[in-house]
Design a protein around this ligand. Structure first.
Ligand code: ADP
Ligand code: ZN
Length: 612
């Protein structure tokens, strides 16, 4: 839309330029003719020779057709003459004898005048003009527009993307529903006493559809969508970033209710802590302006700021405070079902052959995101077109998937099959231990979607209720659950991997606190050997203190006890898994097939005793 308008404008400018140029050229040509017009006498060659002999010819120019020159007439007046050249070998001798200045010609006519005098210089000017506007066309408004916004504004033409165009992401759609309601009628929402939302942070890796989702939110609410990328704020000139933020918000207020979408917000919102070496004033000014604008505008105006990032942990905490981006929606990589749905959305735009099995395609593309799938469908359609097929068939999709995955492999974004298997058993180990142990929190979801938000896989446990007190048994059950992943790897593969590192440090942490903080160890007794400051309960945050006041002997006992309890817990985890090996195998298979397993499905696997 934008682009087309600009090209059109460029074309109009061009014809205007051409018309003006032609007018000026014609005018200048006649002007030139008028001023250079002189009386020229056409004289016979014989007269010319006589004039030479009389010494009347002052100068002449000889070409192979004409001889032009100046002579003095009877009245002593200077006159221009022209005569037809004849083959006259004596001419030069005569001219020299009578001291006539002469030169060879140079057929200097109006044509060469025109070319060298007018067309070339103007052509040059035109070339420069073309270069300039080309640059302008490229950056839509760029050259003369910096400082002024460069946002794609979908004025009145509101985005026609709907939630149905965003496949999967059902949880995210539900979470954003409130925002949609609000944007449909901000005043009504507030009359009913709702607190106006302001900022929504979409978290997810590139290509999962964050931009699409934000656009669909605007589409559902029927409001305009303004978007800009965080890196665009600060790319050009110093001092421009802050003024761009101001422009952006002024624009948004005019269009409200509307959605402002800031992609890659980490480009401006990076925490100062991550940037202490290279202090970047420009970025900081831009960030401060953004914070000021978000605080400043009246939320009843109906402007919702949505922002996207894949690194929420590096954002400046100031951005996440209440009244700013206080809502965070996670857009994770799609699982098998999600991928199937995304394939279907994009297949609507092409003619699909009868042999295409969408389920199979989804199974063939673990770890890929919506953008990858959109690419695959497009590529498959191109392949089919190249072969002049009447529709896009399975073979085309398969080839397109191969190409896409080969491209991603180079970028190291594809997980290997045996890695995936190991992760499936590891996570199943956690889940089964948690299921079997009364003290562990129940499992909510197990996921092995590769390179999603977590590096490999994760087992999500929900606490039964808010707990302030934990018994020693409950803490031990948690440790066993944490060690279950490594235990499963050892049972199935006979070896362990580095994937359990985080589990181990969390387990060690809990055991250490059992011994040193809660007085639950028989050997050490009630003495509080260490205290934790700042960190939350049972996390690895916070600082251990008092440690340096312990005697060497106590320290030795602590280390011994930690090792002993961890060993006992690990043995217990292995025992649980060996006793439930059949279930472990089945759960891992299910995970490999579905990538995400919820609590219901886990229960089904665990209560099915047919295989044991
Ligand atoms: P992000 O902003 O997270 O990097 P985009 O929104 O730019 O990702 O996604 C790029 C493209 O990928 C979209 O335009 C769309 O064609 C496709 N896509 C991504 N996720 C989905 C999805 N859930 N459903 C349908 N298409 C999707
Ligand atoms: Zn683990």
């Amino acid at each position: 839309m934008d682009e087309k308008n600009n090209n059109l404008k460029g074309f109009n400018n061009f014809s205007k330029f051409l018309a003006i140029y032609l007018l000026v050229a014609v005018f200048m040509f006649y002007l030139y003719q008028y001023f250079t017009k002189v009386q020229v006498n056409n004289i016979p060659y014989s007269t010319f020779k006589e004039l030479i002999k009389e010494g009347k010819v002052k100068s002449c120019t000889i070409s192979d057709k004409y001889i032009k020159g100046v002579y003095i007439d009877k009245n002593g007046k200077k006159m221009h003459f022209i005569t037809v050249a004849v083959n006259d070998p004596d001419l030069i001798k005569d001219l020299e004898a009578h001291n006539v200045k002469f030169s060879g010609k140079v057929t200097n006519t109006w044509l060469t005048n025109l070319i060298f005098g007018w067309i070339l210089p103007f052509g040059f000017l035109f070339f420069i003009w073309w270069l300039m506007t080309k640059k302008m066309r490229g950056t839509s408004g760029g050259l003369f527009g910096f400082g002024k916004g460069r946002f794609k504004v979908y004025l009145n033409e509101k985005p026609d993307v709907k939630f149905s165009d965003v496949a999967g992401a059902e949880e995210a759609k539900q979470e954003i529903q409130e925002i949609v309601e609000y944007l449909k009628d901000p005043q009504k929402y507030q009359r009913l006493g709702g607190r106006a939302p302001k900022g929504v942070l979409l978290v997810g890796v590139p290509g999962v559809g964050k931009t699409l989702f934000a656009k669909a939110t605007a589409g559902e609410a029927g409001v305009p969508f303004i978007s800009i990328s965080g890196s665009e704020f600060i790319e050009m000139f110093v001092g421009v970033g802050a003024s761009r933020v101001r422009d952006l918000f002024n624009e948004a207020k005019k269009l409200s209710p509307c959605i402002v979408f800031i992609d890659e917000i980490d480009a401006i919102g990076k925490s100062r802590a991550f940037n202490s070496l290279t202090s970047n004033d420009e970025r900081e000014q831009t960030l401060n302006q953004l914070l000021a604008e978000m605080d400043g505008f009246d939320s009843s105006k109906g402007v919702i700021i949505m922002a996207a990032t894949n690194r929420p942990e590096i954002l400046d905490p100031a951005l996440l405070r209440p009244g700013r981006f206080d809502r965070q929606i996670i857009v994770d990589k799609p699982d098998v079902n999600g991928r199937e749905a995304i394939f279907k959305v994009h297949m609507k735009k092409i003619k699909v052959g009868s042999d295409v099995d969408v389920k199979k395609l989804a199974q063939m593309t673990p770890g890929l995101v919506g953008a990858d799938i959109a690419n695959i469908v497009n590529e498959a359609a191109l392949l089919a077109a190249r072969e002049n097929k009447d529709a896009v068939y399975m073979e085309h999709f398969e080839e397109a998937i191969e190409r896409q995955i080969a491209g991603l492999k180079k970028k190291n974004r594809v997980i290997k099959e045996d890695e995936k298997k190991r992760v499936a058993y590891h996570e199943s180990g956690h889940a089964i231990c948690a299921y079997m142990l009364p003290g562990a929190d129940p499992v909510h979801k197990i996921s092995i979607i590769p390179r999603g938000l977590a590096a490999l896989g994760y087992t999500q446990q929900l606490p039964m209720d808010d707990r302030y007190l934990l018994t020693k048994e409950e803490m031990i059950d948690r440790v066993i659950t944490l060690l279950g992943g490594r235990a499963a790897e050892e049972i199935i593969f006979g070896s362990v991997s580095t994937g359990a590192q985080n589990d181990l440090s969390r387990a060690t942490d809990i055991v250490r606190s059992i011994i040193t903080q809660f007085g639950m160890d028989e050997k050490l007794g009630l003495m509080v050997a260490e205290e934790r400051e700042g960190g939350r309960f049972l996390t690895s945050e916070g600082i251990l203190t008092k440690g340096d006041r312990l005697s060497e002997k106590t320290k030795e006992i602590i280390d011994e006890e930690i090792v002993k309890i961890l060993d006992e817990c690990y043995a217990k985890a292995k025992e649980i898994l060996i006793n439930n090996k059949e279930k472990l195998l089945r759960l891992a298979e299910l995970l490999l097939k579905k990538e995400v397993v919820d609590s219901e499905e886990l229960k089904k696997v665990m209560e099915d005793n047919s295989g044991d």
